[in-house]
Design a binder for this molecule. Structure first.
Ligand code: TA6
Length: 298
């Protein structure tokens, strides 16, 4: 069976042995395996019972990234990273199921959002989140529709946690010469003159208007494996690793787990998208797992 629906999650399987798991809570993809090898990081300490956002996988950030800097915006009273990652999505069924690809959908509208969150952002909306698996490629796509009588503004971000063997070896290509806001340095703007990003300390950067077609996350553990990230309609990219001090302060992340994760998060967060009534917006990411020595994995 390529699609198995359980009480709390859906498991999808590709005919070549790849798989993905998606929780209804937050429509969070918690596992993506390429022919058995796990590619997403999920903290051993993550709660999966719906009492807190899942620490790992791909939490969906909507309609506010982080906490709003400006207290006058309509999303200001929402918790960090908004409401989607802490709301239970409904099962939208299988949209594609053939030899090469399996695609499933999850939906969320305002009436399914916990009351306390709906109160602070009382907008009528509909989200459709589509997860597609195709051997070495995972695609996650979000559509947002305004079902209200007035326009609303939102951020969106796919907070993707990659599983990596050793953060000190990882390098990220494709963000060279692009200015970023450095959250670690009090939100100052900077440009990195290094060709690749390497990780030696807490890293929390918001790259705005990234023109790069492919962002490459090199694992550099001797295997020549890498992730190729392509974005659709998501102009910004956040790069995050909490490092040891922040990891120690996080109840749902093990002290040493920062070594096994890196977040490369495509989104639209440096400003808001405005949607008029009845309008829809759509964007997403396509991640391909490759081995650079022989090109495409086969
Ligand atoms: O996307 C990066 C970030 O905003 C960081 O600043 C960091 O704190 C992180 O997300 C995790 O946020 P969370 O609310 O999941 O603890």
């Amino acid at each position: 069976m390529p699609v198995e629906t359980l009480e709390d999650k859906v498991i999808i399987k590709d005919s070549r042995g790849s798989s993905a798991e998606i929780y209804f809570f937050g429509a969070t993809v918690t596992s993506w395996k390429y022919r058995g090898k796990e590619l997403l990081f999920l903290s051993k300490k993550s709660l999966l019972d719906g009492t807190k956002g899942i620490r790992g996988g791909i939490p969906v950030v909507f309609p506010q990234f982080a906490k709003a800097a400006d207290s006058s915006v309509e999303t200001a009273a929402l918790p960090q990273h908004g409401l989607a990652r802490i709301s239970k999505f409904e099962w939208g069924g299988v949209s594609v199921d053939n030899e090469s690809e399996v695609s499933v959908r999850f939906g969320l509208n305002d009436s399914q959002v916990p009351e306390n969150l709906r109160k602070v952002w009382p907008k009528k909306f509909k989200l459709i989140y589509t997860v597609t698996l195709n051997d070495d490629t995972l695609k996650t796509n979000l559509s947002v529709t305004n079902e209200d009588i007035a326009p609303f503004d939102f951020n969106v971000l796919l907070h993707t946690y990659y599983s990596i063997p050793d953060i000190s070896k990882v390098s990220v290509d494709g963000l060279f010469n692009i200015s970023y806001v450095d959250k670690v340095k009090n939100f100052t703007t900077d440009i990195d003159n290094n060709q690749s990003i390497n990780f030696t300390q807490t890293t929390d950067r918001i790259y705005g208007n990234v023109p790069t077609e492919i962002i490459k996350i090199n694992i550099n553990d001797g295997s020549n494996e890498a992730f190729l990230l392509r974005r659709t309609n998501l102009k910004d990219t956040v790069v995050w690793n909490p490092w040891i001090d922040n990891a120690k302060n996080m109840s749902d992340l093990g002290d040493d787990e920062y070594k096994q994760m890196v977040c490369i998060e495509p989104g639209h967060v440096t400003d808001y998208i405005t949607l008029k009534p009845k309008e829809s917006w759509e964007g997403g990411q396509t991640i391909q797992y490759v081995t650079l020595a022989i090109g495409h994995l086969s």
